[in-house]
Design a protein around this ligand. Sequence first.
Ligand SMILES: Cc1cc2nc3c(=O)[nH]c(=O)nc-3n(C[C@H](O)[C@H](O)[C@H](O)COP(=O)(O)O)c2cc1C
Ligand code: SF4
Length: 505
Amino acid sequence: MNVVGMGEQMALEKIVFKNLDIPEMTELKTYEEHGGYKQWKKVMQDKVDRTELIDTVKASGLRGRGGAGFPTGLKWSFVPQDNPKPKYLLCNADESEPGTFKDREILEKTPHQLIEGVLLGAYAIGANTAYIYLRGEFVKGWKMVEHALAQAREAGYIGKNVMGSGFDVEVWTHRGAGAYICGEETAMINSLEGLRGEPRLKPPFPAVEGFYRSPTIVNNVETLATVPKIIENGPEWYTQWGTEKSRGTKLWSVCGHVERPGVYEVPLGYPMKKFFEEELGGCWKGRKLKGVIPGGSSVPFMLPDEFLDCDMDYENIAAHGSMLGSGGMIVFDETACLMEAATVLATFYAHESCGQCTPCREGCGWVLRQLKDIESGQPQPMAKEILFDVFDQIFGNTICPLGDSIVMPIKAMMEKVPEEFEYYIREGKSMVTGKTRLAHLAKPDKPENYRRGEAFKYPRAEDFTTDFDKVVHNVERGPEPMFTKLQHEESTEKGDSPYAREQKK
Ligand SMILES: Cc1cc2nc3c(=O)[nH]c(=O)nc-3n(C[C@H](O)[C@H](O)[C@H](O)COP(=O)(O)O)c2cc1C
Ligand code: SF4
């Protein structure tokens, strides 16, 4: 793994990934030898006031790394301590955003660091129960976390009356069944409760009314794994990295057409050009850069000039027309056809929409159908205008941001590189490859029937999913083993579900 510092101003130091390359860091003994659980012991033995922990995290300027960048300490302070209901901490390890694969490094290689962060977070908000909600496909990560939890429980870091402090805490894992929407915090809460993974209307926000209608904090893996380091070294130490509003370091997962894809820890505010050229080695095979989606597939596409000009922090990327999001960088070189990339993205979002609200459910389908029509050489009249109209109908009109997520990358691609879309509409083939990707799939008997939606079988979503690898591929590692029903049953044995546990209380 790689870390870069801020050149002259900033020392080269790893924070979240400090322990990552140490062999056997998944073992309690190794983690303890490197200072692990020291903060947790101190907090428990000294009975540190929980507001002190919240104030430390607030002063560090740590912002949530799950995508929205909300200040972590501030979020913790929203938990109403006078509410007699139990409080919950939920760690979001769903990580399903295309292009984002940073959290699984932590889950698989340094799970104790995450668990220490979860314990500190739970104590700070007054929660006696915490859940780590993992995407189902993270089989290895789940096994590593379970292994680490068993060791921590055995060592007395988790359980009743931890180290004689009088504080009880239990941490459970829960595996999702593979829905991207379950990464949205309220959908995750629904899923944990055994309901359909559908987002809830906010307010009320989870901090006030979340899991089982009790005060709940949802935090990302990277966010929580940073907490022990901040408690250990103090907030001033952490603020030496980053900018005034974006403190510390950020993990970036980089994929696509770059020389050195992978997961990098970079101080916030680091110059993008320097990072792209010196750390990533520039575009793959010395080709020309066409553009980048910088923060996971949900954020606006950037042209090379915008991208290379910006600094790697929340504010500067926003000032350049995109978002830092979850830090999942997808790089496109000159050989990528943006029209086809847009169809791949639309396929993903149309498939993952939970269907709860009309603009997203219908809108994602409309966007996908228009793009498929263009790809099959049979565009609807005024296809481009229809697409922009549908974007307007979706954007800002949905319960959760998934609707906006199909709009932002594709709309930016169409606005910034219109010629590729116009060429496809006009010529029925890609301006870049000279071919149409769907020629072999879309064979309407009669165009007039096809236009009425009859006698034509659209390729199903599954027909496209393999193509996704072409655009968003993690070159560094192979695919995860498939999540099977059997494994799911193993992990949620009868009577071992969150619901059953709550009933037993
Ligand atoms: C469609 C959708 C998917 C999301 N997926 C994730 C995810 O996989 N992991 C994550 O941490 N946050 C995800 N989020 C953001 C969460 O809703 C939430 O903001 C985050 O977990 C809060 O943690 P943080 O404050 O530490 O960032 C997603 C949001 C949306 C709208
Ligand atoms: S925006 Fe889409 S994913 Fe989100 S609640 Fe509405 S239908 Fe579901």
